[in-house]
Design a protein. Structure first.
Length: 114
């Protein structure tokens, strides 16, 4: 379960940002999570809701999640396509000479301070 480690990392990063910017409360944190990242967003929310209670800064902070579409690039024809729909085989030229461009990452997109 790498979701717990992800939440620990995000909380540490948010607390560091808050300290650097002299913030005393965070209303919400928005994460972008790639649809093929392997991260189970329901687990992220559960771990967040449990872990935030241990932080004075984050105890009332809402976690918001936005899904990033997985996009694959075909090196043969130079086109991109939705990964979930077509997987590794390019729907345009049927090549498997492809690679994932986006959709495997997670990012802290936004913090809203009170």
């Amino acid at each position: 379960m790498h979701e717990l480690g992800t939440i620990v990392y995000v909380m540490d990063a948010v607390e560091k940002i808050a300290e650097e910017n002299k913030l005393t409360a965070i209303e919400s944190v928005t994460l972008e999570v790639g649809e093929v990242s392997g991260i189970v967003t329901d687990y992220l929310i559960d771990f967040w809701n449990y872990s935030r209670k241990k932080s004075e800064l984050l105890k009332n902070t809402e976690l918001k999640i936005e899904t990033l579409e997985a996009v694959t690039f075909c090196q043969n024809c130079g086109k991109t396509y939705p990964t979930l729909k077509y997987a590794k085989i390019c729907p345009y030229c049927k090549s498997d000479n492809t690679f994932l461009v986006t959709g495997n990452e997670y990012n802290i997109k936004e913090l809203v301070a009170m």
